[in-house]
Design a protein around this ligand. Structure first.
Ligand code: CUA
Length: 295
């Protein structure tokens, strides 16, 4: 299309410039006015029509290839939500956690090189759009409707992507990081991701973890290895190893300070943006028990 467009550009603009110079009004030559030229008018109607029809046919053929998700080596369910992407890896044994669930990730998508990967898209709230420009096409994730596309990377590496449908105030931060591994590397990555996820999925802190992930906490906070990927508040991945919370105002980090903080953040730091969700004592207790394992 680009080559054809260049040819058209050169012919049309070349002709325009040539005619402008050659037939201009100047000493010794009078510019002429005339109207109508059946052959030329036919030419510049018929040629573009044929070109547009040809491009349509070619595009539809390519669209079939782009939409053909058959023969994919694996399928990842990708769910958009304000404002992150949840990656659900296939329900295969190699992605299975000790509690019987399957590996999930947020924002980062790990795939092997040279494999056609089928991406099934869904959305929890509003329309988002999945796009990793260097790897493949763009597709909307629409609530209540299944859409899909496929991607394939020819070289290992890290590729940046971005939600491409305005979806609210966090839209610009709704990034996608696609990490493409060599086959060996991919096995290693799965192992370490499973170890990390199993640690976070410890049954002893299950209630607290599930409360945290179900509450609006995830909109602001990140805990690597979980679906919490908010960017507004501090990253809690290693909160239990931190010396203080609330921007240094509250220390040390222990059961007592965390409990008081979640119960009423403003009581400890009046200017904090963290809302008081009026959680029950039990909920706060469970969440704190879980946070204390994030070393
Ligand atoms: Cu999601 Cu923009």
């Amino acid at each position: 299309m680009f080559v054809a467009a260049i040819v058209v550009l050169v012919l049309v603009d070349g002709g325009l410039i040539y005619a402008g110079i050659k037939f201009r009004d100047r000493p010794g030559h009078t510019a002429q006015q005339f109207h109508g030229h059946n052959f030329l008018e036919l030419l510049w109607t018929v040629v573009p029509t044929i070109m547009v029809i040809s491009f349509s046919v070619l595009s539809f053929q390519k669209l079939n290839v782009m939409n053909d998700t058959s023969g994919a080596g694996m399928t990842v369910n990708v769910q958009g939500q304000q404002w992150t992407w949840i990656m659900n890896y296939p329900k295969e044994d190699r992605f299975k956690l000790t509690d019987g669930t399957f590996l999930q990730g947020a924002q980062e998508l790990h795939i092997p090189v040279n494999m056609k990967v089928h991406i099934q898209l869904s959305s929890k709230d509003v329309i988002h759009s999945f796009w990793v420009p260097n790897i493949g096409g763009k597709k909307d994730a629409v609530p209540g409707r299944a859409t899909d596309l496929w991607i394939q990377a020819d070289r290992p590496g890290t590729y940046k992507g971005q939600c491409f449908e305005f979806c609210g105030t966090g839209h610009a931060d709704m990034l996608i990081t696609l990490i493409v591994h060599t086959p060996d590397d991919y096995g290693t990555w799965i192992k370490s991701a499973l170890t990390e996820a199993n640690r976070l999925n410890d049954p002893a802190t299950k209630t607290g973890r599930e409360s945290f992930l179900a509450l609006p906490c995830t909109g602001c906070h990140t805990v690597l290895g979980t679906t919490a990927a908010g960017k507004v508040g501090p990253d809690l991945t290693h909160i239990a190893s931190k010396k203080s919370i609330a921007g240094g105002l509250v220390s040390p980090v222990n059961e007592d300070t965390l409990t008081r903080w979640i119960h009423d953040p403003q009581a400890l730091k009046p200017t904090t943006q963290m809302p008081n969700y009026h959680l029950s004592d039990q909920q706060v207790h469970d969440i704190v028990q879980w946070l204390l394992t994030l070393k």
